[in-house]
Structures are given as structure tokens and as C-alpha cells.
Design a protein around this ligand. Structure first.
Ligand SMILES: Cc1cc2nc3c(=O)[nH]c(=O)nc-3n(C[C@H](O)[C@H](O)[C@H](O)COP(=O)(O)OP(=O)(O)OC[C@H]3O[C@@H](n4cnc5c(N)ncnc54)[C@H](O)[C@@H]3O)c2cc1C
Length: 416
């Protein structure tokens, strides 16, 4: 399965072949798009799914991703030999996330979370599909990130942005204790989530230097990555290599305006700023001891600090050394730029469980029998079947699951 991840400089190329085919099918009359049509009901006759009905919503010129109006201006019914639900996950609906939270594996759900997906990713189609005979499995499998920022310039409600971190930021829990290996930036999302929540708090801290932020911070989301979407490798290289001591513009904007950032010249000032943002007070001496212990090994290529070992390993690869991983340096050395602390929030993202289907994408009801005429694909089906990903994921393998399950259903004999 192809991975769709960090498509630096080539983002539009990932979408283009699919968009072109859809446009050609629209042109040929094979697809009729119905924008602003909200499905609220799946029509069933004699136990067989026959179509969908719902409300026509008023048009809205909100930008992509923003919350749109729900003003109903009419109703519709559409009949078809088969219905395929592809309505996405639940991550924009924090009540649903909390309801399905895996308390036995992760403890109680976080009190505070930011939303890593737009408002329309609301899981509304799930009960609608259940009413037509569908059935959800593995609902407690969700993929939430631990490096969420409150967006200072939000597009959707409670908009969170994920940092795609390089390996060098020091990571501390809410009490100021450094997270143990392997809970290092970019290593183990669910393991780190569990480790952070063990403190009874729902946030953690990165502490880093200007040298690290300028090379290692990328922000997830197309609007944060002009270089990802520019379609030009030159833009990527310019943003990363000709940075003149600055991070890419969207990252610098977060550093300046973001509510979760503290920038300071000394550790004392940094800790004072962190204590204004955090729930638990932090001790400067406790943080200093841990940072100095790490700094003491920064110049040693045979460092035994697990994170420095990982950094040195990453830098063995030329691509990482050039644009992704800062040369190890002492964080407390003023020559490496101001110190930066970032309060990291839990950020909702992907639903790894969902509507149960067979290999053709046909829904399986709670009784184990397939539901005639009803199919599901993409994130609403946990990227396939109700969760064929399992309870873990390889970054960038989500879109692949969406495309693959849609293709499976479309090419199956079962779909009419
Ligand atoms: C910021 C961000 C970064 C990501 N990065 C990656 C990445 O790098 N790699 C990767 O593989 N995945 C990534 N993902 C995940 C991936 O984008 C999603 O899992 C995927 O787009 C889900 O596709 P889908 O078609 O199943 O659902 P969606 O794309 O959510 O589409 C569902 C559609 O159904 C519509 N809908 C819902 N309910 C109704 C209704 N009742 N009536 C009518 N229409 C309805 C919605 O409006 C929406 O248009 C990312 C997601 C986000 C938010």
C-alpha cells in the first residue's frame, strides 16, 4: 500500500490523478455531485437499502475547512441500487471521542483536547447507518496525537495543529520529568499518549532551541505548508536551507502568536513563562539538572543519552541531516538562540475503528449478516472492515486505506 506522508513539494501531485478522473466522470455524466446535501436517513425497503434522504443546506462561501451553516432550504431523496457511506471519522466531535475513549488502556479521557480535524468530521452518519442495519466495531481505537497546538489563526472550532517534530526537542511531562525512551519525538504516538496521561494531566512540554525549531518543526495541514503544496522542490529547499536562522514562516508565526509558546533568553525566564501556561508548577532546578545532563553529552558522538543516540542515527542519513535533524548542540548555550518551550495538547485525529464490512466493503450487521445494498469505505469504516489497521498505524497509511477500500467496494461483484 502506498504511503501518503510528508509529500514535500509534491502535494498537489498526490491529489491530481484522482481529481482528474472524478472530473472526467462528471463530464461523462457518470457522477452527479450534490454539494450542500446533508444525508440524514438511509432509505430501506423490505430490508434492502434503496437510497438516501436529507436536507438541502443553504450555500456558503466559507473557506475550505471552516464551519459552514446548517440552514435547511429544502429536502431531497436519492434512489440508487447501492449506497456507499464515506463520511469520514469522528475526531471533530469531542463528545463522541470521549464516549469511545479506551479507559482501560489509557485511563480517563483528557479534560482538554484540541480538534485536529474540521467540524464536519462529526461521526453523524454512524448512528444513521446503524439505523439502516450497520454495526460499529473497535470504536475505542483512535489515533490521537500528543503534539497539538492551539491554532492562533483558527479555521475550524477549537482548531489544533500538530507539530510534526524532528527528533531533538527534549520532552517533559506536566511535572517536568523528562519522558523516558522510547517516548521521544516522532517515535511512538500511542505509547507517549499513555505516558503523558499517567501524570493525571493532559499536556506535556517540549523544550528546545532556535536551532532546533528552524530545522525540525513542521506543522501538519496543507495551509501550514506552502512548501508542501507549492509543487516545487525549490520552495522546499529554499524554506529549509536558506532559512537565515529562522524557521519556515508559519512556524515563526506560531512562535510569535501561538498561545502555547514561551520564548526566553534564560531558563529562569522560560520556566516563569511555562508556569503561567501550565496547571502544575515547575521547578527550575529540576529542569536545569535534566537539561544539563543531556547537554553534557551533546558534543560526544558516543553519547549514551538515548535521544542523542537517535539524533546521531538520524543524521547518518543525508536527507535528514540536510533538512530535518539539527546538529546536536547545547540547549543552554545562548549561542544556539533563545530557548523555546511549547505546551503540547492532545489533538484528535483518526478513527481506527468504525462500520464493520466484509472484504467488498459491504456492511455487516450486529447479527453477522451482510446488509443488502449498503457499503462503507474510508475512515468511517476504520479505513476498512471496521479497523483492519489494528490499534496502531504507520504515518501516511490512512489515505491509502481510504482509496483502497473505495476501490475494493467499487470493483466488487456485490455492488450494483
Ligand atoms: C490535518 C490532517 C492531516 C492528515 N494527514 C494525513 C497524512 O499525511 N496521510 C494520511 O494518510 N492521512 C492523513 N490524514 C487523514 C486523512 O486525511 C483522512 O483519514 C481521510 O481524508 C478520510 O477520508 P474519507 O474520505 O474517509 O473522509 P473525509 O475526507 O472526512 O470525507 C468525508 C466527507 O463526507 C461528508 N459527509 C459527512 N457526513 C455527511 C452527511 N451526513 N451528508 C453528506 N455528506 C457528509 C463530509 O462533508 C466530507 O466531505 C490527515 C487528516 C487531517 C485532518
Amino acid at each position: 500500500m502506498p504511503r501518503f506522508h510528508l509529500t514535500w513539494g509534491t502535494g498537489p501531485g498526490v491529489v491530481a490523478p484522482f481529481a482528474e478522473r472524478v472530473e472526467a466522470h462528471i463530464e461523462a455524466g457518470l457522477i452527479q455531485p450534490r454539494f450542500r446535501h446533508q444525508v440524514s436517513h438511509i432509505i430501506t425497503q423490505g430490508g434492502i437499502v434503496k437510497g438516501v434522504s436529507g436536507e438541502v443546506l443553504a450555500s456558503d462561501d466559507a473557506p475550505q475547512g471552516a464551519r459552514t451553516n446548517r440552514q435547511e432550504i429544502g429536502e431531497f431523496e436519492v434512489y440508487a441500487p447501492s449506497v456507499l457511506v464515506a463520511s469520514g471519522g469522528i475526531g471533530g466531535n469531542l463528545d463522541a471521542v470521549r464516549k469511545n475513549w479506551p479507559v482501560d488502556r489509557l485511563g480517563p479521557a483528557p479534560r482538554r483536547m484540541v480538534s485536529g480535524v474540521p467540524f464536519h468530521v462529526d461521526g453523524r452518519m454512524i448512528p444513521i447507518t446503524e439505523a439502516a442495519g450497520g454495526h460499529v466495531i473497535n470504536a475505542d481505537r483512535m489515533w490521537h496525537y500528543t503534539e497539538g497546538l492551539r491554532n492562533w489563526d483558527p479555521i475550524w472550532p477549537n482548531h489544533g495543529i500538530r507539530i510534526l517534530p524532528g527528533p531533538s526537542s527534549m520532552w517533559f511531562d506536566a511535572r517536568g520529568d523528562r519522558l523516558p525512551a522510547p517516548y521521544l519525538p516522532g517515535f511512538d504516538t500511542l505509547g507517549t499518549l499513555r505516558e503523558i496521561l499517567k501524570t493525571g494531566q493532559d499536556y506535556s512540554w517540549f523544550i528546545l532551541s532556535q536551532k532546533i525549531i528552524q530545522k525540525e518543526f513542521a506543522l501538519s495541514g496543507s495551509e501550514q505548508n506552502p512548501d508542501l503544496t507549492a509543487g516545487k522542490w525549490g520552495e522546499v529547499l529554499r524554506a529549509r536551507l536558506l532559512s537565515r536562522g529562522k524557521a519556515p514562516a508559519p512556524v515563526e508565526a506560531f512562535k510569535k502568536h501561538g498561545a502555547d509558546f514561551v520564548v526566553a533568553d534564560t531558563l529562569s525566564e522560560l520556566v516563569a513563562g511555562m508556569n503561567e501556561l501550565g496547571e502544575l508548577p515547575l521547578e527550575e532546578t529540576h529542569l536545569r539538572r535534566q537539561i544539563e545532563a543531556r547537554d553534557a553529552q551533546a558534543d560526544n558522538p558516543f553519547a549514551k543519552d538515548a535521544q542523542l543516540i537517535a539524533i546521531n542515527a538520524a543524521r547518518n542519513y543525508r536527507g535528514d541531516r540536510l533538512i530535518r535533524t539539527a546538529k546536536p548542540h547545547r540547549l543552554l548555550d545562548r549561542a544556539n538562540g533563545p530557548l523555546i518551550a511549547v505546551r503540547l495538547n492532545i489533538l484528535t485525529r483518526k478513527s481506527l475503528g468504525g462500520l464493520q464490512t466484509d472484504l467488498d466493503g459491504q456492511l455487516i450487521g450486529a447479527d453477522g449478516a451482510t446488509v443488502p445494498g449498503l457499503f462503507a469505505a474510508g475512515e468511517v469504516a476504520g479505513f476498512g472492515g471496521g479497523g483492519y489497521h489494528g490499534y496502531n498505524a504507520l504515518e501516511g497509511s490512512f489515505l491509502g486505506g481510504c482509496l483502497f477500500t473505495g476501490r475494493q467496494a467499487g470493483q466488487s461483484r456485490a455492488i450494483a
